[in-house]
Every structure is written in C-alpha cells, then in structure tokens.
Design a protein around this ligand. Structure first.
Ligand code: ZN
Ligand code: ZN
Ligand code: ZN
Length: 144
C-alpha cells in the first residue's frame, strides 16, 4: 500500500517492456492501476477512466495486460473479476503470484500482500500447485 509518485513512471515504457504497443487508452489504464492502491473491478475501471469506453474494449485490454504480466486476478468474496498490479518479477512469460491478499469484508477492497509469500513455490510433495489463494479478511483502514 505504498504511494507511488506517478511523475517518475513512464507508462509507455512499461507497456513496451511487457511486449504491448503503446496506445493512449492502455497508458491511461495502467496509470489507473498505479493510482489505485487496491484492486479494481471492471466497473471501477470504467468509472475511473471518466470517458465512454465500452466494456469489451476494457476486457480486451485487461486480458492483454494479464497475459503480459502487468496485472493479475485477485480473489473477491462475490467472485467478481478484480485485478491488481503485478510486481516487477512478472513478465509476459511468467507470472509469479505466491503472495496473499487482504480482503476488506465491508467495502470489498482487495490488497496485494506482497511481503507475505507462500513458502511453497509450485510443488508440494509431488502435488503440482498451479494457483494459490490465501486471503486475510478483515476491515481496511477506511472502514474501521
Ligand atoms: Zn503477475
Ligand atoms: Zn474497506
Ligand atoms: Zn496480488
């Protein structure tokens, strides 16, 4: 939940690094994720963009971001689709997501808990782990 100085981030370069072409829409979208310190649902993304974009365009861009290691799906108690920014270790070829998430049971915000790593990478006694969902539920600072 750190504050990121947006002035120091070149969103275009970030897109290029992850194998995506730079469009003004994509730049706005990745900036939105940087300005939000929580995860975003599709509706929150559309509201945050402040202009008329159709849902299909947003879905397509989010899918491309996910495939290219910029964002990842995060759990939500209503099973809504939510995304949060990936950390630097993600790339178009490999996402590394063994962190837990904090979930506020009042406003339903989800936060990546990047300093809580699940100590099992991808294999537990022969069991291949493909996805992990550890959620710590409670109240966020705004809802206390
Ligand atoms: Zn990732
Ligand atoms: Zn909350
Ligand atoms: Zn996360």
């Amino acid at each position: 939940m750190k504050f990121i100085d947006e002035e120091n981030i070149d969103f275009g370069i970030m897109l290029s690094k992850n194998g995506l072409s730079q469009t003004s829409f994509r730049k706005k979208l990745i900036k939105l994720f940087h300005l939000s310190n929580s995860s975003l649902s599709i509706d929150e993304v559309i509201n945050g963009l402040h202009n008329n974009v159709d849902k299909a365009t947003v879905y397509r861009a989010l899918n491309a971001f996910e495939e290219n290691g910029l964002i990842h799906k995060v759990p939500d108690k209503d099973n809504l689709l939510r995304y949060a920014l990936c950390q630097k270790e993600c790339s178009p070829t490999k996402h590394s997501h063994n962190h837990a998430h904090l979930l506020c049971d009042k406003c339903n915000s989800t936060y990546c808990l990047n300093d809580f790593k699940i100590p099992i990478e991808n294999n537990y006694n022969g069991f291949i782990v493909s996805n992990s969902k550890i959620i710590l539920e409670g109240r966020c600072v705004d809802c206390q």
